[in-house]
Write a protein that binds this ligand. Structure first.
Ligand SMILES: NC(=O)c1ccc[n+]([C@@H]2O[C@H](COP(=O)([O-])OP(=O)(O)OC[C@H]3O[C@@H](n4cnc5c(N)ncnc54)[C@H](OP(=O)(O)O)[C@@H]3O)[C@@H](O)[C@H]2O)c1
Length: 327
């Protein structure tokens, strides 16, 4: 990569994670005294172009610059122009097949044509690679993108490499009362095994790590695994008791096979609106995949990049509990 200036393209820079990746890249460059140019791609039409990464402007200096680039993701020429000279393209796009397979493939093709060295796809989840097909609609799409990406790279004989960042669930989801901790019932609810670990990482830590990957001048593996905290349901129960001082129960909601049946029925009777990325049955598929016990990584790569302070889940649980009176 260029030592004089690192160029990072962030696709979806108006989205929740995209904005944070832009900010984190500018901040890391400043800490490391490196020159960086971030090109934040937003849809020219139909997107949130007006809201693109406004928080990042305060981090922009003469050496750490952000340029917001409105693009037509359907135009190979515009995408090639947006990727020109870049060291890394980070996708934080969200959507269904048209976006995760279609738009991301177009973006990767442009990155290949522009000689980009690294592509970070919009995976940002637990490691879905060993899950059986059909266990999660949105993970199936991501695996399909990886198959398409391998074909594109092979056909082009490109040296570009892909790096997926697997950070588990976002820690902030634990405040919802739907994921693991039921604050009203004072209960930790789970499917599968009470001892199976799950990984949780904050949005900010995920963005900080992504920025470090994007700016890494050295080769980076195909998959990196991080976690602000690893927790089994039993450990979650102990944590809830410790940080809230309240008695939390531990409840296996239903066996995994029954959850699979419930999801299939919901998919049939309550499919959700066309184009909905997260209908209820897809949300429940996270619980199903977690219960299969195939997503937790054997290693964590947190220490690969210095300068990231990993956030545990304690404060999220404490605050959410304080805001939820018992049922
Ligand atoms: N593991 C977890 O717990 C967890 C939770 C949430 C999300 N995630 C993952 O994190 C990643 C980012 O999610 P997010 O919540 O930040 O997404 P988001 O806020 O919805 O932003 C997604 C971005 O995708 C862009 N986009 C949507 N449709 C598009 C299209 N048809 N063509 C081009 N661009 C399109 C949007 O661009 P514009 O700005 O131009 O509108 C938007 O900026 C996704 O991979 C998601 O699955 C993981």
């Amino acid at each position: 990569m260029s030592t004089s200036e690192c160029i990072v393209v962030v696709a979806g820079s108006g989205g929740t994670l995209g904005k944070l990746v832009v900010e984190a890249t500018l901040a890391r460059a400043r800490q490391e005294w490196r020159r960086v140019l971030v090109r934040g791609l937003v849809r020219r039409e139909g997107g949130s172009a007006a809201a693109a990464a406004p928080e990042a402007t305060s981090l922009t200096t003469a050496d750490q610059r952000l340029v917001v680039v409105p693009v037509d993701y359907g135009s190979p020429e515009e995408l090639r122009h947006a990727c020109a000279g870049a060291d890394c393209v980070v996708s934080t796009l969200q959507g269904l097949e048209d976006v995760i397979v279609g738009v991301q493939s177009g973006l990767l093709a442009a990155a290949i044509a522009s000689g980009v060295k690294r592509f970070v796809p919009s995976d940002f989840s637990g490691d879905f690679r060993k899950l059986p097909e059909g266990s999660h609609r949105n993970f199936d799409l991501r695996r399909r993108f990886h198959e398409a990406a391998d074909r594109l790279i092979l056909e082009a004989r490109s040296p570009i490499t892909l790096t997926s960042i697997f950070q588990g669930g976002f820690t902030e989801l634990l405040a919802s009362g739907w994921v693991l901790f039921d604050y009203k019932k004072r209960q930790v609810s789970y499917f599968g095994s009470p001892d199976a670990p799950m990984e949780f990482t904050t949005w900010r830590n995920t963005a900080e790590y992504t920025a470090a990957v994007a700016m890494d001048p050295n080769p980076v593996p195909r998959a990196l695994f991080v976690a602000g905290q690893r927790l089994s349901p039993k450990e979650a129960q102990a944590l809830a008791r410790r940080v809230t001082g309240a008695e939390f129960g531990l409840k296996r909601v239903m066996p995994t096979w029954l959850l699979g049946v419930v999801i299939a029925l919901m998919k049939f009777f309550m499919p959700g609106k066309k184009g909905d990325v997260m209908p209820l049955w897809v949300g429940m598929q996270y619980g199903y995949c977690g219960a299969l016990g195939l997503m937790s990584p054997a290693r964590l790569d947190n220490e690969r990049y210095p300068g990231i302070t990993w956030t545990a889940v304690d404060q999220v649980v404490r605050d959410a509990f304080a805001a939820s009176p018992a049922a």
